[in-house]
Design a protein around this ligand. Structure first.
Ligand code: FE2
Length: 364
């Protein structure tokens, strides 16, 4: 038996660099039911930036905006628009994780450091992955504060009702043409992940756009990173559209798990979240494809939730439209009923829905 040289306990947080974290935090609170739990900025001794930390069950998002015109954060926002900067991984030993991965070839983003306050200490260290995205290893076993030293606990000023979002199921990266295998190799060789599934362009091409995808997963399976790259199609691939607007590889979507997708999606819709729409005909033959499910098909149809089955069970999923002005990052909501796969049976219907939107943007 080989030992996992990079044991990961889960996603610690996802940090977004955004143009206006104060306003973005209201979107995540109001639309997605997150609560603000901590704040860092000038009032807490951080002079150059402002960060709001939001939480719902096991999911933690950090929204960060620069207070300076020239900074790594403002340059990131200028180039990419609002987007994911850090996929942080909780580990038992941040220094060891950093050593293990940099020894295997990871590029250093930030050396190991300890930060302290009255609640204890947090160790962090960061390495680079695709585009300008980082993985930060977070060791917080000796910390009792709300997030990190430099942040003060705060309470939402809004009356927040959660919508049943539980944990990050998977995070998908879009790589440039020909770069998917480079990043799959990175996760295998540098991070000790295993290749879980391969989708080639025959699995996921529509009339216009095509893509290829490979899914890598860490030792305990808590972390799953599908990596896409564009494949040749008749017209512009949805991955190319992303790359044209993000101006580099980056995080395409974050899939969030719920135990009750009907409740979650109903709430999201009421609160203004926009979703991709598959044509009604999808529901005419879907049960023939997926067999018996516990949910009422009519309710799923009304909310436009998609269904797929694999050998182990079935899953329900839906995809939002991009959540910022650029057609880049979006969210997936997923409820797993045994299925461990990613909804391959829905790719065609889904990508046709994406292409409809791409066409409206003049990007096909
Ligand atoms: Fe997904």
């Amino acid at each position: 038996m080989t030992t996992d040289f990079l044991p990961i306990q889960g996603t610690d947080y996802i940090e977004f660099y955004v143009g206006n974290s104060k306003q973005a935090s209201l979107f995540y609170q109001h639309c997605m039911g997150f609560e603000v739990i901590a704040y860092g900025g000038p009032e807490t001794g951080i002079r150059d930036r402002v960060s709001y930390v939001l939480q719902q069950d096991k999911i933690r998002f950090v929204l960060t905006t620069s207070l300076q015109p020239e900074s790594e954060i403002s340059n990131h926002v200028k180039k990419h628009g609002d987007g994911v900067k850090v996929l942080a991984l909780r580990v038992d030993d941040a220094t060891k994780s950093f050593m293990a991965t940099t020894l295997r070839g990871a590029e250093v983003a930030s050396e190991p450091k300890t930060i302290q306050d009255e609640f204890g200490e947090v160790m962090t260290a960061s390495i680079k992955t695709y585009g300008e995205t980082w993985h930060t290893f977070v060791e917080r076993k000796n910390y009792r504060g709300p997030f990190m030293p430099g942040f003060k606990p705060v309470k939402s000023s809004l009356q927040i009702s959660p919508i049943g979002l539980k944990y990050v199921d998977h995070c998908v990266g879009n790589a440039e043409l020909g770069q998917m295998d480079r990043w799959v190799n990175f996760y295998e060789n540098v991070m000790g992940f295993k290749l879980l599934i391969t989708f080639d362009d025959k699995d996921i091409s529509t009339e216009y756009s095509a893509l290829m995808s490979k899914v890598v997963s860490n030792g305990n399976g808590y972390i799953k990173f599908p990596i896409n790259e564009p494949a040749k199609g008749k017209k512009k691939s949805q991955i190319e559209e992303y790359l044209d607007f993000y101006h580099s590889a980056g995080v395409q979507h974050i899939a969030i798990a719920t135990d009750d997708i009907i409740f979650t999606v109903d709430e999201l819709r009421k609160r203004g979240m926009e979703f991709l729409k598959v044509p009604d005909i999808y529901y005419h033959d879907v049960l023939g494809r997926v067999g018996v499910i516990n949910e009422n098909l009519e309710e799923l149809r009304k909310l436009n939730i998609l269904i797929d089955r694999d050998e182990e069970g079935y899953l329900l999923q839906i995809f939002t439209k991009p959540v910022q002005d650029r057609p880049t990052l979006f969210f997936e909501i997923i409820e797993r009923n045994g299925a461990k796969s990613f909804g391959k049976g829905n790719f065609k219907a889904l990508f046709e829905a994406i292409e409809l939107e791409q066409g409206l943007r003049g990007n096909l």
